[in-house]
Design a binder for this molecule. Structure first.
Ligand SMILES: CC[C@@H]1C(=O)N(C)c2cncnc2N1C1CCCC1
Length: 289
């Protein structure tokens, strides 16, 4: 049978987001580009400012998803918080606006995506590369913790790789009420625990507490039961063991991690070659002379 003309479909499908959206306050027009993926309430797109061709990663949140006051408040809080942050290794918030269909949150576009993508392509990273990314993530966490902000959702997928390979932590589920820092619940030590899991995953190629059964995984986490592969360098093994401690106050602090022999006795490159997202990079560490 002849292929059915698909125009009938397009006639009825209302585009969730128009090709061009206009910020009524500034009059600026933005052209929607490719879908980057879904993040929380939002569908995320590349969008281009037609006045200067600047590109952004934009979270597009349908008004229908924030119709209840508390949902709207959550988004407004996230925006207000993100607006107040300026740090080299924290994803830059540019601006936001809304129209009758959506709320648009314009963030820095990180076209190299995230550490999750690099990890999937490389499976394991070398110590120098892990030191490079770890320093940047620690720098962003110290900035957040000093402002009484906990990240609470640190993982490979939220460390975006900006231009010049700078790691940029994005704030998907941050907690920002200072009292949270003191409450027994989730202190800075919990962000450090997540950091330990990120280091383990990047060096070993799989998360520390991954099993086939979710209940079993929870048991491993509660008992801090994980294996340290012999392939790890001794200082990497020591670092991971010093972070993945059951008792939060036994874990290294961010400053203690930076002072650990893993960093002091190891070379950290200033920058990484683009090839390092697909293959082991040729790094020329300074001769020990
Ligand atoms: C816009 C959301 C999120 C993000 O936060 N940034 C900074 C980002 C920056 N550049 C590309 N993608 C980004 N993402 C992806 C889009 C789909 C899932 C997460």
């Amino acid at each position: 049978a002849a292929a059915k003309p698909n125009r009938s479909k397009s006639e009825h499908v209302k585009p969730e987001i128009a090709q061009v959206v206009v910020d009524a306050k500034t009059g600026r027009s933005y052209c929607k580009g490719k879908l980057l993926g879904k993040g929380g309430f939002a569908r995320c797109y590349e969008m281009t400012d037609l006045a200067n061709n600047k590109m952004y990663a934009v979270k597009v949140i349908p008004q229908s998803r924030v119709s209840k006051p508390h949902q709207r408040e959550k988004i407004i809080n996230e925006i207000e918080l993100h607006k107040s942050l300026q740090h080299k290794h924290v994803v830059k918030f540019s601006h936001h606006f809304e129209d009758q269909d959506n709320i648009y949150i314009f963030l820095e576009l990180c076209s190299r995506k995230s550490l999750a993508h690099i990890w999937k392509a490389r499976h394991t990273l070398t110590d120098p590369e892990v030191r490079y990314y770890l320093k940047q993530i620690i720098s962003s966490l110290k900035y957040l913790h000093n402002k009484g902000i906990l990240h609470r959702d640190l993982k490979l997928g939220i460390v975006f790789i900006g231009r010049f390979w700078a790691g940029k932590v994005s704030l998907h589920a941050v907690f920002f009420t200072p009292e949270v820092l003191n409450r027994q619940g989730h202190g800075t030590e919990s962000d450090v625990w997540s950091l330990g899991c990120v280091v383990y995953t990047l060096l070993c190629g799989n998360p520390p507490f991954e099993t086939l059964d979710l209940k079993e995984t929870y048991k491993c986490i509660k008992e801090v039961r994980y294996s340290l592969p012999p392939s790890l360098t001794p200082s990497a093994q020591k670092l991971i063991s010093a972070i993945l401690q059951k008792n939060p106050s036994d874990r290294l602090t961010l400053d203690q991690i930076l002072a650990h022999e893993y960093f002091t006795k190891g070379f950290t490159p200033e920058k990484l070659p683009p090839s390092s997202c697909v293959m082991v990079p040729e790094l020329n560490p300074p001769s020990p002379a």
